[in-house]
Structures are given as C-alpha cells and as structure tokens.
Design a protein around this ligand. Structure first.
Ligand SMILES: Cc1cc2nc3c(=O)[nH]c(=O)nc-3n(C[C@H](O)[C@H](O)[C@H](O)COP(=O)(O)OP(=O)(O)OC[C@H]3O[C@@H](n4cnc5c(N)ncnc54)[C@H](O)[C@@H]3O)c2cc1C
Length: 443
C-alpha cells in the first residue's frame, strides 16, 4: 500500500506528503498524454510507491535530524549511559549504590546530575526546564512540563503541589513551545484512599472530606489550564487505583473539554480491558457532549501488576503477551483517528511501528499533520529518532520533560535506568543510532 499520493507534472513525479512535497525527476515520461508513456508512468509510480514505503519505514533512522540538538559531548555521554544501562548487573549495582549514597547524604548529586539527570530531565527548576524546552523547540519539538517530584505523602505536600503546578501552567502559557503539563493523581491524594475508592469500600467521613479535597486540587489545576489554554495529561497508574483516576479525569473533561481538549485521560493498552474501556469512554463523552482527550500508552507497571495478581490470586489485568498489547495499542490508535470529530489523540509511545501507523493513516486520510487533534510524544532523552523526524515532517510532537530537585526525581531516573535494561531492543536501538551519529559527525 503506497504511503504517498503521486501525481505527474512538468516531467516530475510529485509525492504529495501533507507537509513535505518531494520532487523526483522522472524525465522518461515527459508526455503525459501518450498512452504508452502513461502506462510506463503508472508502473514506475507503483514501483516507486512500493519502494518508497519500504524506504519510509527506516525514515526514523535519520540521525542527523534526530540528534541535531545534541552537542558532540552530550552524544558521547548518551553513548556511555546507554551502553552502561545495557548491562542489567551494572545498572542494578549502580541503582543500589546511588540509593545508599543518597540515604547516607554522600555528595553524589553532581555525579547524578551530569549523567542520568541531564540525559532524562530538563533541569532542577522551571527556568532550567524552559531553557531545555527552547533548545528542542528550535527543531519543532514541543515540551510537556512534568514536575517529576514523587513519593510525597502528606496533605500538606498535596496542597503545596497545587500552586507549583499552576505556576507551571502560567509559565507554559508564556512559552510557545510548552502546550502541555502532566499530572499524577498520586501527587495529590493518598494511595490508600485511591485504593479504597477503587475497591468501592465505604469511606469514613474523614476520607470523604479528603477525597473532596483531591477533587478541588485537580479542579484548580484543570481550570488554570483551561484559562491559560494549556493542556493537562492525567497519567495512568496501577490498576488497583485507576478507577478513581479515570472518574476524576472524566469529571474534569466534562467541565473543561466542551469546545477543545484541555484534559486527557491515559489508556494503558497492556491491560486487556482497555480497548473496550476506550470505546466506552468515547461513547460517554459523546453522551455528555465533551471531547474525549485520549492519551494512549502501553503501560509501565507490568511486572508489578503481574506479581500482585499472582500474590493475591486474581486474574492478571495484563495482556497474555506483547503481541496482544501491540494489537490493542494499534487498534486503539486507529479507533481514535477514525473518531477525531469528538476526540483528541495523544500517541505516547517509543514504538516505531505504532508511530508510523498513526502518521501513515493521517497522511492517507488527509488529516493534516499539524492538526491540534493529534499529538505524538516520547520521553525526553529517549527515541529522539522518532520525535525529531516526525516533527521534521510536520507532525505535532512533544517530549515529556521532567524537572525538579535531583533527589526528588530519583525514582523517575531509576525507572528510566531499569526500563533501558529490560527493553533490550530499545536500548540497542538507541545505542546504535547514537553511535552512528557520532561516526557520521567525524566524517
Ligand atoms: C509520552 C509517554 C507518556 C507515558 N505515560 C505513561 C502513563 O501515564 N502511565 C503508564 O503506565 N506509562 C506511561 N508511559 C510508559 C509506557 O506505558 C511504556 O512503558 C513505554 O513507553 C514502553 O512502551 P512503548 O509503547 O514505548 O514501546 P514498546 O517497547 O513497543 O513496548 C514495551 C511495552 O509493551 C508492554 N509489554 C512488554 N512485554 C509484554 C508482554 N510480555 N505482555 C504484555 N505486554 C507487554 C509493556 O507495556 C512495555 O512497557 C508513557 C510513555 C510515553 C512515551
């Protein structure tokens, strides 16, 4: 199936991509009214289409575009990091030593800051993050401000987080490259409370009051986002707290998504019930007259989910295998793209095939690459080959950019280190692309 429309003009075959129009000299077929040359033209373009679609797949391999924003020094650091993380033993030892060093107050901040932190985070403050946002913004890649502080558990912490996020929204509103912020409901609510609501356990009066406070915190953030024309991504978390997260996201979308998508809920397609849930959420949004913001991910807590299900003796919520997750993810992408009238899609993945599927579908169905109904996203420091090449072709792309004090974003950094050992293929791919770019620059 060709990925591009072809036409013939002035001795050129025109490939009509939505944003890039490429001219391929085709001097053999000058006379378009001559039947024989027209037939030859048809054969040539069909062959070309087949070849081009083949060539198009590794288009994400353009390392010059992918890493233009990185200096030679940064690339060498990335190569060192990804090759170290590729060894599960080294990573595991490194993670344990880092946690110990932090708990013993040893001076390791500088070391973390100049390695993992600089690779995966935007900075310690919003100003630093904005500088990083401006760098990637030069290449057409937007930013999702992600206040990466985790592990706070008191009502006071939850309250103080709200103005921090509102500050981020107001800051984002002044920066044209920052259209999104992301939030985790566990940053504003006790995990145990969410667990109780999920399990439909009767709440005490105090718990009911606490839940109302959570609602108000999230509402203040979403209202500020709506007022400032910024979008809010509500991250998905563990399945045993997800029901109240979904309900809150629905309530916020009902309030703020009447004319445009301000709030997005997250759908983890590694769960076997989520494709159905996505379709139900869409029907619910239509019945209430709001636009469904659908952020699609595969899901980050697979081992934890499976282990808990086995321990507690209930059926695992996770798909039986990777293929099933991939199938539901891609089906969800297509479902969303087919319903863009009442839905805004956020494709959150490092998977090349899923990104390409969405881009190709958009092209074939004449959905403009720059439509505000579709965004692509990858994490900062990972899969630049996808982000920057998609942006180069005119698609909306935004990087998740965590920021915050080094010790507070440590859990996030540990997850990235862990992820880059377990996703062997991904680490190998990053390393190969980075090494190739370093070699290319030497030539
Ligand atoms: C922008 C962005 C935002 C994100 N936000 C969230 C979020 O809010 N909540 C969240 O949970 N995660 C989130 N993630 C992480 C995401 O869920 C994935 O863990 C990560 O992106 C890897 O999946 P992939 O689609 O990028 O790539 P791939 O490498 O193609 O897929 C890896 C993923 O496939 C699934 N998988 C792997 N093996 C199996 C198996 N044997 N059986 C079933 N499934 C399997 C797992 O989900 C695994 O993470 C986000 C990721 C991005 C890029």
């Amino acid at each position: 199936m060709p990925y591009f429309n072809f036409s013939y003009k002035n001795g050129f075959v025109l490939l009509n991509n939505t944003d890039i129009t490429r001219f391929i000299p085709c001097y053999f077929f000058k006379n378009e009214h001559n039947d024989r040359s027209h037939a030859l033209f048809q054969i040539a373009t069909t062959t070309f289409a087949a070849l081009y679609s083949f060539i198009m797949l590794p288009e994400f391999d353009n390392t010059e575009i992918a890493f233009k924003y990185r200096s030679d020094k940064e690339l060498k650091r990335a190569r060192f990091l990804f090759s170290s993380m590729g060894s599960p033993v080294l990573t595991s030892i490194g993670m344990k030593m880092t946690s110990l060093a932090i708990s013993w107050n040893l001076p390791v901040k500088g070391l973390i800051r100049h390695t993992l932190f600089d690779q995966f985070c935007g900075g310690e403050t919003m100003d630093e993050a904005a500088k990083t946002a401006a760098v990637i913004g030069k290449y057409g890649v937007d930013t999702i401000l992600d206040y990466g502080v985790e592990g706070k558990e008191s009502e006071e912490d939850f309250d103080t987080a709200v103005p921090e996020f509102i500050k981020a929204i107001e800051y984002a509103a002044k920066n044209k490259n920052i259209p999104f912020i992301s939030i985790k409901i566990t940053g504003f609510a006790h995990f145990a409370l969410l667990e109780k609501i999920h399990a439909e356990t009767l709440l005490t009066e105090e718990e009911n009051a606490a839940w109302k406070r959570v609602f108000l915190r999230i509402d203040r953030i979403c209202k500020a986002a709506a007022d400032n024309k910024i979008m809010v991504l509500v991250d998905a978390e563990e399945s045993w707290i997800q029901k109240p997260v979904d309900d809150l996201a629905d309530a916020m979308m009902d309030r703020y998504n009447k004319t445009r998508a301000v709030v997005y809920n997250t759908f983890q397609m590694y769960r076997h019930d989520r494709l159905v849930f996505l379709k139900e959420s869409y029907e619910f949004a239509r019945s209430k007259g709001f636009i469904l913001g659908a952020k699609l991910v595969r899901g980050a807590y697979m081992e934890k989910e499976r282990n808990r299900a086995a321990e507690k003796g209930y059926p695992s919520p996770i798909q039986p295998n990777k293929e099933a997750t991939d199938k539901d993810y891609n089906d969800a992408v297509l479902f969303c793209l087919q319903h863009l009238d009442d839905l805004a899609l956020f494709v959150g993945t490092h998977n090349e095939e899923s990104n390409l599927l969405a881009a190709v579908y958009m092209h074939e169905h004449h959905i403009p690459a720059g439509t505000d109904r579709v965004h692509f996203s990858q994490l900062y420091g990972m899969s630049d080959n996808i982000s920057f090449n998609l942006a180069h072709a005119g698609y909306n792309v935004a990087k998740y950019l965590p920021y915050g004090p080094v010790k507070d974003v440590l859990p996030y950094l540990m997850r990235r280190a862990q992820e880059n050992t377990s996703v062997a293929g991904q680490t190998g791919r990053e390393l190969m692309l980075i090494s190739r770019e370093i070699a290319r620059r030497k030539v």
